[in-house]
Design a protein around this ligand. Structure first.
Ligand code: BG6
Ligand code: MG
Length: 211
């Protein structure tokens, strides 16, 4: 086999939380009268909560203190978590479930490498709370993607070198992070055509012949 482990981004790869992120940021932006739409929401893919807030506030007419920003991030996250409560194992797409089961059966170690601090909550909601061999997320890193820290951490938790792991990403920031960390990357979704990726996939079951 070409790889010993696979590190999956969570949001946009394993499950779709885009709409919930969008709705929660949009509610905050509307309240602050800051222009925000789905196109700008795309810029937040893979980016940490506070870095996302900074991108949103670029369009604000006034500047905010660190305390105000912390309160805005909390407000967004409270609403986002209310929306996440709607998620169930039915939000795990069949293709993703089939791919995960086949890759595990093939003997690969499987990990999550996500910028999200809500990773444990989301995994519980979709029924994968104890599925992965390692989970590296926004709670255990100091540098968000495009820095490779979260993927390096996941590889270390699996006991594997980056060259033995494939990263699966839907964000350009995540593809950049993977390559910077010395990983091959399979790009899906929004980042599918990112030229830095080694593979360009339409769905996760296409990983099976790759490995
Ligand atoms: C990433 C998402 O997975 O997690 C980003 O793509 C999000 O949009 C980031 O900002 C941080 O998420 P959270 O759940 O910690 O606010
Ligand atoms: Mg993602």
């Amino acid at each position: 086999m070409k790889y010993k482990g696979i590190i999956f981004d969570l949001d946009g790869v394993i499950c779709s939380t885009d709409e919930y992120h969008y709705l929660a940021w949009k509610a905050l932006a509307d309240r602050l009268e800051i222009p925000f739409d789905r196109e700008r929401n795309n810029l937040l893919r893979g980016v940490s909560r506070m870095a996302s807030l900074d991108i949103i506030l670029e369009k604000a007419e006034k500047t905010y203190t660190a305390d105000e920003k912390a309160a805005f991030a909390e407000e967004k996250n409270d609403l986002y978590r209310q929306l996440l409560r709607r998620m169930t194992p039915d939000d795990l797409p069949d293709d993703v479930k089939t791919a995960l089961d086949a890759l595990r059966k093939a003997g690969l170690k499987l990990a999550i490498g996500s910028s999200s601090k809500n990773t444990p909550f989301i995994l519980e909601q979709i029924g994968l709370g104890s599925f992965f061999d390692a989970v590296a997320d926004g709670n255990c890193i100091t540098h968000s993607k495009p820095h490779p820290e979260v993927f390096l951490k996941a590889a270390e938790m699996l006991g594997l070198a980056p060259k033995d792991c494939l990263v699966v990403e839907d964000a350009h920031a995540g593809v950049k992070a993977a390559v910077a960390g010395g990983f091959d990357c399979a790009a899906v979704g929004d980042a599918r055509d990112d030229m830095r990726a080694a593979y360009h996939l339409d769905r996760l079951t296409q990983l099976i012949p790759v490995i």
